[in-house]
Design a protein around this ligand. Structure first.
Ligand SMILES: Nc1nc2c(ncn2[C@@H]2O[C@H](COP(=O)(O)OP(=O)(O)OP(=O)(O)O)[C@@H](O)[C@H]2O)c(=O)[nH]1
Ligand SMILES: [Mg+2]
Length: 365
């Protein structure tokens, strides 16, 4: 873990707030941000103190804890354990859609409007380490820069480090930290290119799918399952030629989907020009209506159950994999392997035996 230079760049806080300098914190994974070294105190104590600072809304401590999670530091787990019972307030909004649809510009415009309404905002810009990501983080930095001195806005970019599990994992924890530091709304931006954004949809209470005029590939992206994930559909770049056609087409697409039950959420289609901040207040209104709908309908409880299940399953998977891989260089494993080499045992049976033996010896949870 850690060490790949690209992932490092993506893992930097985009715009640390609360008086932090904007300059990235070198390549040092543990450079103490905010000047509170972790060394010295007992580990449990230090983790508790870090958790307290996060709960008090200290941005540099939040950045630091997210970094610790990404680096797989065991103290991070202790701090998260402290935070977990105290959170669950934030409205998590996923913003996804095809590359270049204007997601970051829209997020920036949403921040401005939400700030006008007095909300505290956290932003996670998830870089899927895809071919599209080359300039994305830099672009995001520029677009969101104007909020970097606002202490009510905390922006963090995260790399997925290749593995799709890595995305769900670190972004789940980062969202938890942002919630703990008092963010009312957490905006999570991902490029809609595949499985990655579906992972993030799993994290969100409300998912905004951003599309743009021009049909072709984005139509495909929407067909590929994004539409089913959408709670709000935004046609951005509504200033471009073809916007009216795209809107008509999207309406057809929406209404060809199954008719919603009378009390179900009616997926709204909104037009925006994010670069000119046009159409943003109706979008924020719709987000607030969706949140209210989730509460009223009981859907929120279902989403919370999904959000609780995901990290649990991930942790179980991690623990089991770690346990099963223990001792793979030891004599028992080598004996099994020798049989596989001699072809007196096939690798499937060998693996079954190994895993069963490892897990049987492990005791309960
Ligand atoms: N004409 C027009 N251009 C826009 C609008 N919104 C964003 N843009 C431009 O579209 C380009 C891409 O915007 P981004 O916000 O970076 O798009 P994105 O979806 O975040 O891009 P990736 O994260 O790289 O997938 C930028 O040059 C924006 O200035 C809009 O409403 N109208
Ligand atoms: Mg972007």
């Amino acid at each position: 873990m850690g060490g790949e230079p690209l992932a490092r760049v993506g893992g930097e806080p985009l715009a640390p707030v609360g008086g932090e300098p904007l300059a990235p914190v070198g390549g040092e994974p543990l450079a103490p941000v905010g000047g509170e070294p972790l060394a010295g105190a007992a580990p449990g104590q230090a983790a508790r103190e870090l958790a307290e600072r996060v709960l008090a809304g200290h941005a540099a401590s939040a950045a630091r804890l997210i970094r610790m999670v990404e680096d797989g530091r065991p103290e991070a787990r202790e701090a998260l354990r402290e935070l977990y019972p105290k959170i669950g307030r934030a409205h998590v909004v996923g913003v996804t859609g095809p590359p270049g649809a204007g997601k970051s510009t829209l997020v920036s415009a949403l921040i401005a409007e939400l700030r006008r309404r007095g909300r505290r905002i956290g932003v996670l810009a998830v870089d899927p380490s895809s071919p599209f990501s080359g300039g994305a983080i830099l672009g995001d930095r520029v677009r969101m820069q104007r909020h970097s001195t606002d202490p009510g806005v905390f922006i963090r970019s995260m790399a997925t480090r290749g593995a799709s599990g890595g995305l769900a994992r670190a972004s789940w924890e980062a969202e938890l930290v942002l919630d703990a530091m008092g963010c009312d709304v957490v905006l999570v931006e991902t490029v809609g290119v595949g499985q990655v954004e579906i992972d993030v949809v799993d994290l969100a209470h409300s998912t905004v799918v951003v599309c743009l005029p021009g049909a072709g590939d984005d139509v495909q992206a929407i067909k590929a399952g994004l539409l089913e994930a959408a709670d709000l559909l935004v046609l951005n770049k509504a200033d471009l030629p073809g916007a009216d056609d795209a809107e008509r087409w999207l309406h057809v697409l929406l209404h060809s989907a199954k008719a919603p039950a009378p009390d179900a959420w009616d997926l709204p289609l909104l037009r925006t020009v994010a670069s000119r901040e046009e159409g943003i207040p109706p979008l924020v209104d719709a987000l607030e209506r969706h949140r209210a709908y989730l509460e009223r309908s009981g859907e929120l409880a279902r989403i919370e159950a999904r959000r609780a299940r995901r990290p649990f399953v991930e942790r179980v998977r991690e623990r089991l994999v770690a346990r099963a891989l223990e001792g793979l260089e030891g004599p028992e494993a080598l004996r099994l392997l020798a049989e596989v080499e001699r072809r007196s045992l096939d690798p499937y049976t060998a693996a079954d035996r190994w895993v069963e033996a490892r897990l049987a010896g492990g005791g309960g949870p």
